[in-house]
Design a protein around this ligand. Structure first.
Ligand code: SER
Length: 316
């Protein structure tokens, strides 16, 4: 990676990834793009990922050798707007693959734990297993993984990807995901002292703290291609918990914190269709995936970043 174009750069991952890439690769070597313009600190272009010609022209003019394609609609929004989800998630990726083929770029495509469904083994979900998702987002992500395989096999496009779990970060919030509760809970804990969870107690999902997700993207993109045995997307996860476990962790720092439940049937049924914990062994073997944060260390950092003056107890 030398000249990197990022789509969806104003989203939850993009905001922090662009900042990190600019520190590591130089500000002038990272082009942030998004559908809307905001104040920015470095090269920026307004880009609708459905506009293939503009994507091609912007990437060519920048001299990009890598595209990190983050623009997408997440799982809960995709259930409300399934047709838009198909058009944006599939159309955007197809354009990214075509432009990568034409300009000989490396391509990062984020997949998701959403590629799995009720018939997938729920515990230690293997890299290779049944992928019969019941959500539109999951359908998009499975088709996207297959497209990456296809473009790699047919045209030699250097497509790489991971199946992200729920990503937790203190900054730009996620929008329209099922795992978003694990971000909201920290903000509500600090600002209001209680949180009403739309996910039921006992529902486990894979999660990861953003610094580990950013390192995973960079490490995978910098990995020796000869070592990569997977071109659709690698399973990666750092932790798995249910709402009561994250609440208990927060209570160690904010003893009066209270969790309540008001379950949203749509997001609950999405969560129940996903694995409890996926197996990241192949990513560890092929490119050294190794997350640094667990629930305890992530909680300390999240509360510190959001609350500033929250005192962490020394029993941790
Ligand atoms: N975090 C995403 C979502 O909940 C999963 O990829 O939609």
């Amino acid at each position: 990676m030398k000249k990197i174009i990022v789509t969806g750069a104003l989203g939850q991952i993009g905001t922090e990834l662009v900042r990190k890439l600019r520190l590591e690769y130089g500000k002038e070597n990272v082009l942030a793009t998004d559908i809307r313009e905001e104040s920015h600190d470095g090269p920026f272009e307004v880009l609708d990922v459905l506009d293939a010609l503009k994507m091609y022209e912007v990437a060519k003019k920048f001299g990009a050798d890598t595209m990190i394609h983050l623009a997408a609609l997440l799982s809960a929004t995709a259930e409300i707007k399934p047709i838009l989800a198909w058009e944006l998630n599939m159309g955007g990726l197809l354009n990214a693959l075509e432009v990568s083929k034409e300009l000989n770029m490396q391509l990062f495509n984020p997949s998701s734990i959403a590629v799995f469904g009720p018939s997938t083994p729920k515990i230690d979900t293997p890299q290779e297993t049944l992928q019969r998702p019941t959500t539109m987002y999951g359908v998009n992500k499975v088709a996207g993984e297959l497209l990456c395989d296809y473009y790699f096999g047919r045209y030699g496009v250097d497509a790489r990807g991971v199946r992200f779990p729920g990503l937790i970060s203190p900054g730009t919030p996620p929008g329209g995901g099922t795992t978003d509760y694990a971000v909201e809970i920290y903000h509500k804990a600090v600002n209001e002292g209680s949180y009403t969870s739309y996910i039921a107690e006992g529902t486990y999902m894979d999660m990861m703290y953003m610094p580990d997700a950013l390192n995973a993207i960079i490490d995978l993109m910098e990995a020796d291609p000869a070592k990569l045995t997977v071109r659709n997307a690698y399973n990666i996860s750092a932790m798995s918990f249910d709402p009561s476990e994250i609440a208990a962790e927060i209570k160690k720092h904010i003893p009066d914190f209270e969790i309540k439940y008001d379950v949203d049937p749509v997001r609950q049924s999405i969560a129940e269709s996903w694995p409890n914990s996926i197996d990241s062994t192949q990513a560890e073997i092929d490119w050294g995936f190794k997350p640094q944060y667990d629930l305890t260390t992530m909680t300390i950092d999240m509360l510190d970043k959001i609350g500033g003056n929250i005192k962490t107890r020394t029993t941790i």
